[in-house]
Design a protein around this ligand. Structure first.
Ligand code: AMP
Length: 215
């Protein structure tokens, strides 16, 4: 299964990606997570990414494409993958098509999680993340068993620096201008799986998996 998961910031891509990854036994590759790791490591890319991410802007296409090009060649991607948060611009989608051509592989499905802007804003503000294993929580709708601590690994949860009301506005603007046109791009290739993002996590995950298997 070679697939992408798309959707506005806060649509729940990471949450559903977890269920998809387990069901199909494929690696979940989040470019946002790769950048957060680069920031934590203090690398040159991390320093540049931090400035852009903190303001809600995108990391340049050439840097992002080069990272994906390296990542997709790794052995764990041989039989499938799930990219989350990539591609995010038309230039990335075109570069990604070129990578797939070079590797002589094709995408099976592009999932788009459809959520309204008001749901997105409240989800982002209430989102908490585990810095160690990446698991996501919501302090209203998806609380950890013990407040502020990851159920899986016991690490203290944190709020992403770009998860604040001011940054969300520019992230949504960037999404609407640069990423949303990709829905049509993949629809024209008959790859699109539209999923309603309103509902419970288990319900939505089930809808995604059923839709993917039917594609
Ligand atoms: P995410 O975890 O997917 O919400 O990504 C967090 C941030 O990382 C985004 O707001 C962007 O600044 C950056 N980022 C993640 N993926 C990409 C991408 N494909 N292209 C450019 N910037 C990205």
């Amino acid at each position: 299964m070679r697939c992408l998961i798309m959707g506005a910031p806060g649509a729940g891509k990471g949450t559903y990606a977890d269920g998809i990854k387990k069901h199909f036994g494929i690696p979940h590759i989040s470019t946002g997570e790769i950048f957060r790791e680069a920031i934590a490591s203090g690398s040159e890319i991390g320093l540049l990414a931090k400035k852009l991410i903190d303001k809600g802007n995108l990391v340049p296409d050439d840097i992002t494409n080069a990272i994906v090009k390296e990542r997709i060649k790794k052995a764990d991607c041989k039989d499938g993958f799930l990219f989350d948060g990539y591609p995010r611009t038309m230039a990335q989608a075109i570069a990604f098509d070129e990578m797939l051509r070079e590797l002589n592989i094709k995408l099976d499905v592009v999932i788009n999680i459809d959520v309204s802007d008001d749901i997105i804003i409240s989800r982002i503000i209430n989102r908490r993340t585990c810095p160690s294993c990446g698991r996501g929580y919501n302090i209203v709708s998806l609380k950890p068993k013990k407040e502020g601590v990851c159920d899986d690994c016991g690490t203290t949860l944190y709020q992403r620096k770009d998860d604040n009301e001011e940054t969300i506005k520019s992230r949504l603007e960037v999404y609407n201008n640069q990423t949303k046109p990709l829905i049509d791009y993949y629809d024209k290739q008959n790859l699109l799986l539209q999923v309603d993002g309103a509902g419970s996590i288990s319900e939505i995950t089930k809808n995604i998996i059923t839709g993917m298997e039917a594609k």
